[in-house]
Design a protein around this ligand. Structure first.
Ligand SMILES: *Cc1c(COP(=O)(O)O)cnc(C)c1O
Length: 402
């Protein structure tokens, strides 16, 4: 760190309430002017009105997380020891028996599934994804099938889909290794959280809940573990604003132990490639601690303010209507939907999204399933100061010219 930057940070840290000055996901301030590496690469930074999307690099880490990453990078440590200690801290924060930092929520699900298949048996850990002579099926509800259950399939298991309780009881067998649940689809399935947990207990089969993007509310961090899920997985680089390639897996001690054995630094392991470096491991812990301490109400009010700013600017154009909305469960934060009378403004939503992308600064909004939406939808929580105003003005300009 340069002397100037050190001084700058010292001044910053002596200011009261500094942690509260930057909203979750707001970029850390930089001190000395640096080479503009993105410009050298010809990569344009975007205004992120989409939210915590991997393709737009998730969320932004806070200053303290960046600083701990930089500080940690100066030291060698025994990786397993660090993994143990960070895991203990995280487990205490979320009230779980045990925890580990994973390579995102996807990595958490791979390691968690592997744990249910192998336990701590060294021969099985070497054998998978060849499941000969082992349990080989994971049961989930049909409405919970999702792109990311590929993480479960990575372990070589077959996913068995059920809809009713009777179908569940018929499907469960000595081959069943795990019962997988997609938290955000809870309303869509016939079997809800508590009953899923109960079924796992009844049959002695571990349950896993994928809660990747389900923060806020912060209570979700402790809720599902308390409810009795044996394994709970979260993304680190979405609502928590931790390192984008980190995530959390927590739950039963024996399963976390087994999950650890199925990944680095163990070399002959299915999860060997799902490495998290020491910097991000510590960064994940610090980001989680900070997230849990945040003034979540103040964050919410700021997101609502941004939505109101964008709505006011867009709806000033005649024929344009706006509607604030909150997605249920995943990415549950204030959003804005913008529609217009297409007989007066002859622009498809996709054309508006392209114009936003082509402008300077370049703007991304919610891409939508299959990259198509019927309106323009914007998430407010990843915007930086002043960007809600820019988006509002730009959309008004595009629609006015439309
Ligand atoms: C984002 C997401 C994942 C993947 O999480 P990463 O942290 O990017 O690995 C898994 N499941 C769901 C439901 C998600 O939204």
């Amino acid at each position: 760190m340069s002397e100037r930057r050190r001084e700058f940070l010292k001044t910053l840290s002596s200011l009261p309430l500094i942690g509260g000055l930057f909203a979750c996901g707001e970029a850390a301030p930089t001190a000395a002017p640096m080479r503009n590496y993105l410009a050298e690469l010809g990569v344009k930074p975007i205004i992120n009105g989409a939210g915590a999307y991997t393709m737009f690099t998730g969320s932004l880490m806070q200053r303290e997380v960046i600083d701990v990453i930089a500080e940690t990078s100066k030291h060698f440590v025994r990786l397993d020891e660090l993994h143990d200690r960070v895991g203990e801290k995280i487990a205490a924060l979320v009230g779980a028996e045990a925890a580990m930092v994973s390579s995102g929520c996807f990595g958490a699900m791979v390691c968690g599934t592997a744990a249910c298949l192998t336990g701590t048996d060294p021969a099985r850990i070497v054998q998978i994804p060849d499941l000969t002579g082992m349990k080989s099926e994971v049961i989930t509800q049909k409405s919970h099938r999702f792109l990311y259950d590929h993480a479960v399939r990575d372990c070589g298991v077959k996913i068995v889909e059920i809809e009713t309780l009777a179908e569940f009881e018929a499907a469960v067998s000595e081959k069943t290794a795990m019962l997988w649940f997609l938290n955000k689809r809870n309303p869509d399935g016939q079997i809800k959280h508590e009953q899923w947990v109960e079924l796992g207990r009844k049959h002695g089969i571990p349950t896993m809940n994928d809660c990747a993007a389900d923060l806020p509310p912060v209570e979700n961090l402790t809720k599902y573990n308390k409810m009795g899920f044996d394994l709970v997985a979260f993304s680190g680089g979405k609502g928590i604003c931790g390192p984008q390639s980190a995530g959390l897996l927590f739950g039963r001690k024996d399963l976390i132990r087994a999950a650890r054995l199925n990944t680095y630094p163990n070399s002959d392991a299915l999860g060997r490639g799902l490495k998290v470096n020491k910097e991000e491991m510590i960064g994940m812990w610090v980001a989680l601690e900070n997230y849990m301490k945040r003034d979540h109400e103040a964050d919410w009010k700021e997101w609502e303010r941004r939505v109101a700013v964008m709505a006011e600017k867009a709806s000033a154009v005649s024929g344009v209507t706006t509607e604030p909305f909150i997605p249920p469960i995943a990415n549950e934060t204030p959003h804005l939907r913008i529609r217009w009378d297409q007989s007066a403004i002859a622009l498809e939503p996709e054309a508006v999204k392209q114009k936003l992308r082509d402008g300077d600064p370049t703007i991304e909004v919610i891409p939508g399933e299959g990259y198509v939406t019927e309106s323009v939808e914007i998430a407010a929580w990843m915007l930086q100061p002043g960007e809600a105003e820019i988006i509002g003005d730009r959309i008004a300009e595009i629609l006015r010219a439309g």
